[in-house]
Design a protein around this ligand. Structure first.
Ligand code: F6R
Length: 270
């Protein structure tokens, strides 16, 4: 896991955008795994402004609320359509169908799509509780697409997008950890103090199903891009007098979690 601490959200967004663009330009056929939520919004804005050709790019999204139709303003299908898909010429886009009442059939349908479209790069945010996609603590690392009951933490965090807390869906279809780990490359982004504890647990703690993002330490090609606030509880940041703004990097491997102190093979940062 290569960790990069940058000074702010703007710098993080630019780096992430250029890293994704590098993957888009690297091959004739590309699959991108995409995330929703506030973390990638700046990246999608950069895509809307620069409108690169993506006619060779297929996308697969991480998750969708169960019970929200695609035209509901808070559905992830609506988010992706308005933020990105309406503005660029993607070859194909895929997202779980939150209105399919047959959970088994929907999970099987989405798994078949994922099997045919393994991401060259999977973009991830991280929940305050360490979830990736909607794989909540404690999650089974072996699961593929499944229905996840959302934890109260997640429901509370997501209630900011809904008029009343009662409207927040309590379950979702989500890509499982097993599929996420099959991506060629993973880029996890996090900004703000609300992510600091999760980032610390992911980077410095053990690999455990109680901290879903910790599994990423077992993936051979993961870049973690965080701003100073999200990095604020990391030992390396706390021990450095001037802080880590502008590029404090390290490699964190497996559960023994050491830091090399130098910039790792971040695949596009630096
Ligand atoms: C979204 C997703 C979630 C979010 C996470 C962070 O598709 O799968 O795991 O990435 O909840 O959300 P934000 O970016 O809103 O803080």
């Amino acid at each position: 896991m290569s960790l990069y601490v940058v000074s702010d959200k703007e710098e993080l967004t630019k780096l992430a955008y250029h890293m994704i663009l590098g993957v888009i330009h690297s091959k004739k056929e590309v699959t991108l795994g995409l995330a929703t939520g506030s973390s990638p919004e700046g990246i999608y804005e950069m895509f809307r402004k620069s409108r690169p050709d993506v006619s060779h790019v297929t996308t697969v999204n991480l998750d969708e609320y169960i019970g929200l139709p695609a035209d509901h303003e808070q559905s992830y299908a609506y988010f992706m359509k308005t933020q990105l898909f309406d503005h660029l010429n993607f070859k194909e886009t895929h997202i779980p169908d939150g209105m399919n009442p047959d959970h088994e059939a929907e999970c099987a349908r989405y798994d078949a799509i994922l099997a045919a479209n393994v991401p060259d790069l999977q973009l991830l945010g991280i929940g305050n509780n360490g979830h990736i996609a909607f794989n909540e603590p404690v999650t089974d690392f072996e699961l593929r697409t499944h229905v996840e009951e959302l934890t109260q933490d997640t429901i509370d965090a997501n209630s900011r997008f809904f008029e009343t807390p009662d409207e927040v869906p309590t379950s979702a279809y989500t890509m499982g950890i097993k599929s996420i780990m099959e991506a060629e490359q993973i880029l996890l982004i996090a900004m703000g103090t609300s992510k600091a504890e999760a980032i610390k647990a992911m980077v410095e703690g053990p690999v455990t199903e109680a901290m879903p993002a910790s599994i990423l330490k077992n993936h051979p090609n993961v870049t973690v891009l965080v701003d100073r606030e999200a990095a604020s509880l990391l030992e390396a940041v706390q021990n450095s007098s001037g802080g880590c703004g502008g590029g404090c990097c390290g490699d964190h491997h497996g559960s023994d979690n050491h830091s090399s102190g130098g910039c790792g093979s971040g695949g596009g940062c630096g």
